[in-house]
Design a protein around this ligand. Sequence first.
Ligand code: PGA
Length: 255
Amino acid sequence: MPNSLKYIVGNWKMNGSKAALAELLPPLADCVHNSGSDRIKMVLCPPALYVADAAKLLGQKSPIALGGQDCHAESSGAFTGDVSPVMLADMGCSYVILGHSERRQYHGETESVIRKKIIAAQKAGLIPIFCIGETLAQRESGHTLDVLSRQLNDCAAEKGIDPEKLIVAYEPVWAIGTGRNATATDITSAHGHIRSQLQSIFGPQGAQTPILYGGSVKADNAKDIMAQRGVDGVLVGGASLKAQEFAAIYLAAGA
Ligand code: PGA
């Protein structure tokens, strides 16, 4: 997975409908197709329930990839309401977001749970998009880099995770859905720190893992954010629900 690729990932969260798929997917597919770029990967992560319809609408040859928003650490079993990584792969996903701050906050996900999910997702052939980031309180008390180190080390330091089939997303929790962005200095410092941690955990292979930024990315700030050193793409929530806006973010990556 060469990190000269840029990733534009849309996280629909618990939003969308069949009608939204029909409205959003065709213009996004046109945008990617017309750009002719093979250096920028668009990934859409609709709710799991809509993955099959999205895969059908996009068709097999689509340049847009699909991802889940979470998965269980087991491939099947008595886990009512859960979705396994094998099922996501079976329905056409190639990626899965894991460890998103909303999963940590509302579902009590810990590093040890997230670690198991990352391993299971890779085993199922998915590329995990592993989210890390500090809360406002952690940032204000000057602990941002320590938090990032801890999250990375607790999830990835023991053997079992392939850094070449992994994407890390730096998402400061205070920037998600708030309209607030990290400054250029915050971003380069966090991304530089994540890169050095990945290299100390994985050795030279840790230089290849793409690192995305997420948190209130919009069409009008995407270009500046992606111009920062060490930013290999963006993870977009709210703005991925508007075709024009998300297409503009894709084009801002230099398509
Ligand atoms: P946002 O969400 O772009 O709406 O801030 C980002 C995310 O949660 O991945």
